[in-house]
Design a protein around this ligand. Structure first.
Ligand SMILES: *Cc1c(COP(=O)(O)O)cnc(C)c1O
Length: 392
């Protein structure tokens, strides 16, 4: 299909998808693909899930939008549900992940300005990804995302990921917050040491900094808990999420707790669409379905099965440098760039992604069964074997 009327932000796209059902999607040639990417960790319930379809049509026939000048029940209900499930106090709704992080960044800056800090500064990590807006791309630890967009914003410093000592070594009275992904997604499914978040929590408490977690990719059940921080016994001051929350309807959330929840006051922030009744009603249905169908424990179970399956099948494979994961966030790092595997996988009936150049990223729907997991294992291991033969 001609894409000439679109800005060329996504490059050439070979597939035109027309329909989805469960873990499968179909293209305009009638070919079926197992979707092991879920629209980049978005369609956790898979495609055309009846609970989502029902929620969309119910709310579309009732009230789609009325602006945030008015209270709506779906927004109130979703906020309460999210706070109960996460242990956070309150929430601001946005339309995307980057905007949820913008809210977090504004909270950190206002927290600093209210305390009289001269240039409130946020610590972020090398290899991180926080979005494509000016503040979030400045926060991002990937030169490719930033190049060409100078001047960037002031008030960010970067340290290596999974290195508490590097954060502790920062001597800077302007620091007000640490922003970090519990598992780096775009950065290649990088899972830090078990005690990383707990150590950051202690350090932030000691220094009066906010601990802000970007769970835009790890949230909504994908890691095997609703939020990845729930694998630990710490709580952040701020946590952002988006992707899986609306199963494809655009919604983001910035949740806060304690003092961080009182920082934004009337006039400080807002969004015309953010948290409208349509997206909130759907997100509420997503959270309910995650629980009713026990999809979070399924993510843990199928994720462990896949991780173990890959480790067994690829053990001793010289081209595979690392196999990492948590729940249904899985990364297989190869010893050379492997972007061409995306097309090869599609030819074999599987949608995957390659991130950080050399890492196969798998983010299948949380609804996958053992049979789907076996199909993913079989196809991906075959692709890696063929890829090695080409190199040899
Ligand atoms: C995808 C992602 C974002 C950006 O979300 P958008 O909805 O694309 O703005 C931010 N942070 C993380 C960790 C992400 O995975």
């Amino acid at each position: 299909m001609a894409t000439t009327a679109l800005m060329n932000t996504y490059g050439e796209r070979k597939l035109t998808l027309v329909k989805g059902e469960g873990v499968y999607v179909w293209d305009d040639q009638g070919r079926r693909y197992l979707d092991a990417l879920s629209g980049i960790a978005v369609c956790g319930l898979g495609h055309a899930h009846p609970a989502v379809t029902k929620a969309v049509s119910e709310q579309a026939a009732t009230l789609v939008h009325c602006s945030n000048l008015y209270n709506t029940l779906p927004q109130q209900q979703l906020a309460q549900q999210l706070c109960e499930l996460s242990g956070m106090d309150n929430v601001f709704f946005s339309n995307s992940g980057a905007e949820a992080n913008e809210a977090a960044i504004k909270i950190a800056r206002k927290y600093g300005n209210d305390k009289g800090v001269s240039c409130p500064t946020i610590v972020t990590m090398a290899g991180s990804f926080h979005g494509r807006t000016m503040a979030t791309l400045t926060a991002t630890g990937n030169a490719k995302v930033k190049t060409g967009f100078a001047p960037l914003l002031e008030g960010f410093v970067q340290v290596p990921f999974d290195d508490v000592a590097a954060v502790a070594a920062l001597v800077n009275d302007n620091i007000v917050a640490v922003l970090v992904e519990p598992v780096q997604g775009e950065g290649g499914i990088r899972v830090p040491a078990d005690d990383y978040l707990a150590q950051l929590r202690s350090l932030c408490d000691e220094r009066g900094w906010l601990l802000m977690l970007d769970e835009i990719q790890t949230g909504n059940g994908r890691s095997g808990e609703l939020f990845a921080f729930q694998h630990t016994n710490i709580k952040p001051d701020v946590v952002t999420t988006a992707k899986g929350l609306g199963n494809g309807l655009p919604i983001g959330a910035c949740l806060a707790r304690g003092k961080a929840g009182d920082i934004l006051q009337p006039g400080n922030h807002g969004s015309t669409y953010g948290g409208n009744p349509l997206v909130c009603h759907v997100a509420a249905a997503v959270l309910e379905t995650l629980q009713q169908e026990q999809l979070i424990s399924n993510a843990r179970e199928q994720g462990n099965y896949l991780l173990q399956g890959f480790r067994e099948a690829l053990q001793g494979n010289a081209g595979v440098t690392s196999i990492r994961g948590m729940g249904l966030l899985l990364g297989i790092e190869l010893n050379r760039d492997c972007g061409e595997l995306v097309g090869a996988a599609a030819d074999a009936g599987l949608l995957i992604n390659v991130t950080a150049g050399n890492t196969i990223r798998l983010l299948p729907p949380l609804t996958i069964t053992r049979e789907h997991a076996d199909e993913i294992l079989r196809i991906v291991c075959q692709l890696i074997e063929n890829f090695q033969e080409v190199a040899a």
